[in-house]
Design a protein around this ligand. Structure first.
Ligand code: SF4
Ligand code: SF4
Length: 439
């Protein structure tokens, strides 16, 4: 008897929140909140947690709204008691339904996907919050839905949050993460460049601001140095690295997906140059990129010339992918050419996400080394149990190791929790980037 009653209260709680959103003029938020209880039909654990979160946050919102209404009535000398009782009842009912959804009976009822319910619910909530904040703060309509149907951005937020939850669930299995990662990454890159193409064809809605920038990662550092401003991409890159370390270069960069695809066209051969020389190559590229941008600025070189130079650098990089990466089966562009990759690797050292090898169970079979396209697992690296600096936490080696000897690590967290936390962040960011990353 309790379960039908509580589920009815949960649905009513969502519908009341939807009605409140409609009263505020947010028709799409109203539709999204009204649709949320439909997720409960899936019987998935994550749906239960998301609904519980919405109801508990909704109860807080009712307290706030109720106090506002009561103050208003008091100010006009009107009766307030009946209103306070009604809103108090709604608050308690929402809270009761939310807390019931967190309990044991609800756990039994929503038994599907129990092992990934927490990462999925967190990825959903994180993507929704990040997108909602970005949408509210942006000076232009950030989400495509808002551009074509003003106000409908909440429906896109719902869709992207569901995508984040699905990714978090799929990434939980190392072998599936290994298979899915290049596809998810390629999808993002295709959407990014597809929008750029549509924008160039005159459909301005597909561009971020209408002011074009070159999609060359080196400009994340060189652009602000040359212009003396325009830090948006640099801040986006730095915040991403602070959250997930160098995983920018294995899940989120619009160009890296090309190098990944090219490297998968050829047989995987041993890296022809040592890690030390690759590091020198990238360090030189980083110094030349930043120093070159500063020199161009000090010499007063005009913007058009700088754009041609940057385009040449970007096109040469595509050449590296097509010739070297394809032939060697490793990501030569990202591990030996692109300066931003090195910046990501170095900054990534500041945060504690790592991949580690359990030397007790590792048989030195080399399967992980063959799976690593970032040339981060030489026999010496395996002996030390630590991938080289070029590791981007892509996780391919973890999914490939037949002895379960490779793991994500974060100090203080058990291995499964470290893996779940890292990939939940990556899943949420992948969904957010799909929604907002355009030029
Ligand atoms: S190395 Fe450069 S191109 Fe490759 S993924 Fe990283 S930022 Fe992107
Ligand atoms: S060591 Fe593993 S996680 Fe790091 S880049 Fe290589 S395959 Fe990816």
């Amino acid at each position: 008897m309790t379960a039908p009653l509580m589920l009815t209260l949960a649905v009513l709680g969502h519908l009341l929140l939807a009605a409140h959103a409609l009263r505020q003029g947010e028709w799409a938020l109203c539709a999204a909140l009204a649709a949320l209880p439909l997720l409960l039909l899936t019987r998935r654990g994550a749906a239960r947690l998301v609904a519980a979160l919405a109801l508990v946050l909704g109860a807080l919102l009712w307290v706030d709204a109720g106090l506002g209404f009561v103050r208003l009535r008091l100010a006009f000398g009107q009766d307030w008691l009946r209103l306070a009782l009604i809103i108090g009842g709604v608050t308690l009912a929402s809270l009761a339904a939310g807390l019931w959804l967190l309990g044991r009976r609800a756990q039994e009822l929503f038994h599907k996907g129990r092992e990934v319910e927490f990462p999925q619910a967190v990825a959903f909530a994180l993507a929704a919050v990040l997108l909602a904040v970005a949408r509210a703060k942006a000076s232009v309509p950030l989400l495509l839905a808002d551009r074509f149907l003003p106000g409908s951005g909440w429906l896109e937020i719902l869709a992207l949050s569901l995508y984040a939850a699905w990714l978090a669930g799929a990434f939980a299995d190392p072998a599936r993460h290994k298979r899915l990662r290049p596809r998810v990454w390629a999808l993002f890159s295709a959407v990014f460049f597809g929008q750029l193409l549509l924008g160039l064809l005159g459909l301005q809605d597909f561009l971020m601001t209408g002011r074009l920038h070159l999609p060359v990662p080196a400009l994340i550092a060189a652009g602000p140095i040359f212009r003396g401003g325009g830090l948006f991409m640099a801040i986006l890159f730095a915040s991403t690295v602070l959250l997930v370390g160098p995983a920018w270069c294995s899940h989120l960069c619009y160009i890296g997906a090309w190098d990944d695809a090219c490297s998968r066209l050829g047989p995987k051969l041993p890296a022809p140059v040592s890690a030390r020389w690759r590091l020198w190559g990238r360090a030189t590229a980083l110094v030349l990129t930043c120093g070159g941008a500063l020199a161009l600025r000090l010499l007063g070189v005009d913007a058009l010339t700088a754009v041609w130079l940057a385009a040449g650098f970007g096109l040469a990089g595509v050449g590296v992918m097509l010739v070297v990466s394809r032939r060697l089966g490793v990501m030569a562009h990202c591990t030996a050419y692109c300066p931003i990759g090195l910046a990501g690797n170095l900054l990534g050292r500041l945060i504690p996400w790592r991949v580690r090898i359990d030397l007790g169970t590792c048989t030195r079979c080399g399967t992980c080394s063959r799976a690593c396209r970032y040339s981060a697992l030489s026999p010496q690296d395996i002996e030390t149990g630590t991938p080289a600096l070029s590791c981007t936490l892509c996780g391919d080696c973890i999914g490939a190791c037949p002895h379960d000897s490779m793991h994500y690590r974060f100090p203080g967290l058990p291995r499964p929790a470290a893996r779940a936390a890292f990939l939940t962040l990556v899943a949420a960011l992948s969904a957010v980037f799909l929604g907002v990353a355009r030029i």
